[in-house]
Design a protein around this ligand. Structure first.
Ligand code: 5GP
Length: 357
């Protein structure tokens, strides 16, 4: 793990709310409990703290005691309540960027679902989606002035929130295109609705020249897989674990870069053990298949990008050099293919190669 920490890395699948530091989530929950007024009952808050503590203590190599995806989605509801003012949003975003950078991430595509935030007592709009987005963009801009890691933003469309809400996010992405926003992520609870109802949004993204990535095959009942792989053909796909043999063969013949999220897939029971992750099938059947190792939600899963690299390297017996090559190949999958950025990343990887191999 220590050696993998030194590796330059690229993160392309990290949700902002899920990447709030584990210790910060606990601190915010405890602060809420200690405050004079909180609308959530003491009992509920205590059970939420317990839920977070249990999540941390779960082993991540045996699926039988893990949380279902539905349980994980309950945690996002808690996180969204905790991140309900712009100061906290600013603080946690800043922490997330620093955490990735200290793990030697050199390029990060962070994603988030812009949210209107309402006052829980009066029902008044406290924060608009645009204010939410501006806050995140401002943090990224200040961070980039003082740090080496480059950051871009992807806006998420939550399949559970309906087409109108998604349309607003795509329009916002278009408006903020020159301000670090480069694409759209289609995510949200896979048990709710279907991406087939979002076809018009995929077309809109194309017409706005926004890159797209779609969460697929997180559950075996996912009916959208063929529609996404054959009809939509997004720029990348996330997870892509619960695939049939035909779907894997189809992808090998017609590759779409895959964002691989090992711990997330274990915790949410997509795979029982990491050795059964389809990563290896793609990796061995086609040595140039574009595969990018990612964290998904490093805060709630209490992991790091290096730790995800370590899981893959240990499970499939990949050497440090093979992990380096895998990491370098991620450059081809980033959404911002501007010459300046690609040359910067190539330089970072070339220098590391010269020094280490
Ligand atoms: P946010 O968009 O609030 O920054 O990050 C949390 C949101 O990302 C969740 O509400 C959910 O819509 C999405 N998300 C995070 N992790 C996952 C995941 O593993 N699978 C899916 N389908 N969506 C996720």
């Amino acid at each position: 793990l220590e050696q993998l920490k030194t590796l330059p890395k690229i993160e392309l699948h990290a949700h902002l709310s899920g990447s709030v530091r584990y210790s910060t989530i606990l601190r915010l929950l405890n602060e809420e409990l200690a405050s004079d007024y909180h609308e959530t009952s003491d009992e509920k808050l205590k059970s939420e703290i317990q839920l977070m503590e249990e999540l941390k203590s779960k082993p991540t190599t045996n699926c039988t005691s893990h949380r279902s995806l539905t349980e994980c989605f309950q945690i996002f509801t808690i996180l969204h309540r905790l991140l309900s003012n712009l100061n906290i949003l600013e603080q946690v975003t800043n922490e997330i960027l620093h955490d990735f950078q200290s793990d030697n991430c050199v390029y990060l595509e962070l994603r988030t679902t812009p949210r209107n935030i309402f006052d829980s007592k009066t029902g008044e709009l406290k924060v608009s989606k645009e204010q939410y987005l501006k806050t995140v963009v401002n943090v990224i801009e200040s961070f980039e002035k003082e740090n080496l890691m480059k950051v871009r933003l992807i806006l998420s469309v939550d399949r559970a929130k309906g087409l109108q809400d998604g349309l607003e996010n795509v329009e916002l992405a278009k408006k903020f295109k020159s301000k670090h926003v480069i694409g759209i992520d289609f995510s949200g609870n896979p048990h709710v609705d279907s991406f087939q109802n979002y076809e018009s949004l995929f077309q809109l993204c194309d017409s706005y020249e926004l890159k797209t990535t779609v969460h697929i095959a997180e559950i075996w009942e996912d009916k959208d897989v063929d529609f996404i792989l054959k009809k939509i053909r997004p720029d990348r796909i996330g997870h892509s674990v619960c695939l049939t043999k035909e779907q894997i063969d189809y992808l090998i013949r017609n590759p779409i870069p895959i964002e691989i999220c090992p711990t997330s897939n274990l915790v949410t029971k997509c795979v029982d053990v990491i050795e059964n992750h389809p990563f290896y099938e793609f990796y061995t059947k086609k040595d140039t298949y574009p595969l990018v190792i990612c964290t998904d939600d490093f805060g709630i899963f209490d992991t790091s990008l290096s730790r995800e690299y370590s899981l893959i390297s240990t499970a499939f017996n990949l050497s440090f050099k093979e992990m380096f090559d895998l990491s370098r190949r991620s450059i081809k999958c980033i959404f911002d293919q501007s010459n300046e950025l690609v040359s910067f990343l190539e330089m970072v990887f070339n220098e590391f190669e010269k020094k280490n191999f």
